[in-house]
Design a binder for this molecule. Structure first.
Ligand code: ATR
Length: 277
């Protein structure tokens, strides 16, 4: 029997993870199966335990279970510990190990696929929820010149900044209320981590933040669109930015990193990037 992998979530119908991982397996000549499983709220921990005790090799965890997966782990990677959330599980020497590949997926997509530089650049991160928490540590590891965190609910941005104590000491990170963003000057890179666009809501962002050379990245995406077209990216284009990207590439890169944790080989995302869009 081939090695078994799966993604657990709820809802899960629209997940393209099985398609992505099957393609990675084919590309790297690995023999495995990868399924998507809808898990009911009250049985998540039991289902994870059952999966591994019946010989399963690895799991991806998605909404709404990433924090519960985090709680279950015996061993956590530093980036998962900071994020407080786990999207990749594997069993090693009888211990359940948890990692979070979302942030590294974002960084790889930005640097390798978009070709944007983060090192020594001024970054603005919008949002302070789970998505921002997952992205922050890998973003800081690229050594930007400084990071500004902003959020509709300012207290959450401050909290995110405070959580960094002891994690980084060579990058300046400061939290700024959204209402006073108009006092800031143009950023090199702006990353939207909020769920506003998915809810059809626009962010109240002043145009002074973004110029023609600002690279704008939206972590959300619309699979049905041929090109990045989220509300945030529409705002960026209106500000004159011509370098924009949505989170579709991040989806592929976080999956590639999970695959490499499980199988020891990092697949290329180039072909899928073209064929799936
Ligand atoms: P996720 O795990 O996707 O990050 P989350 O933890 O619920 O989800 O966080 C959602 C983020 O989107 C938060 O930063 C939220 O801002 P608040 O902390 O103020 O709730 C942000 N968000 C959602 N809708 C928004 C809107 N209409 N305008 C601005 N920010 C919004």
């Amino acid at each position: 029997m081939s090695d078994q992998y799966a993604v657990f979530g709820n809802p899960i119908e629209h997940s393209v993870s099985p398609m992505i991982h099957r393609s990675f397996a084919q590309q790297t000549n690995q023999h495995l199966t990868y399924s998507k499983q809808k898990i009911e709220q009250d049985v998540f921990e039991d289902r994870v335990s059952d999966f591994f005790s019946s010989g399963g090799c690895g799991l991806n965890i998605t909404v709404p279970f990433k924090e519960r997966a985090f709680e279950m782990c015996d061993v956590l990677s530093p980036r998962a510990r900071y994020a407080g959330a786990v999207n990749t599980l594997l069993m090693k020497d009888g211990q359940l190990m948890g990692d979070n590949t979302d942030g590294i997926g974002l960084v790889r997509d930005i640097q390798d696929s978009c070709g944007w530089t983060l090192r020594n650049k001024r970054l603005l991160i919008i949002g302070a929820g789970g998505a921002a928490r997952g992205a922050l540590l890998p973003l800081l590891e690229t050594q930007p010149q400084g990071v500004t965190l902003t959020n509709r609910t300012y207290a959450r941005a401050e909290l995110l900044q405070k959580r960094l104590d002891g994690h980084v000491d060579d990058v300046t990170v400061h939290a700024v209320p959204m209402e006073v963003l108009g006092n800031e000057s143009i950023f090199d890179v702006i990353i939207n981590t909020t769920s506003a666009g998915l809810l059809g809501e626009t962010l109240a962002l002043p145009a002074v933040l973004c110029g023609p050379n600002t690279c704008c990245y939206d972590m959300s995406y619309d699979m049905s669109a041929n090109e990045p077209s989220t509300l945030f990216l529409q705002w960026a284009r209106k500000c004159g930015a011509d370098q924009v990207a949505d989170g579709f590439g991040m989806l592929l890169e976080q999956a590639a990193e999970s695959f490499s944790l499980w199988r020891g080989v990092l697949p290329s995302t180039t072909e899928l990037r073209q064929s799936m869009r």
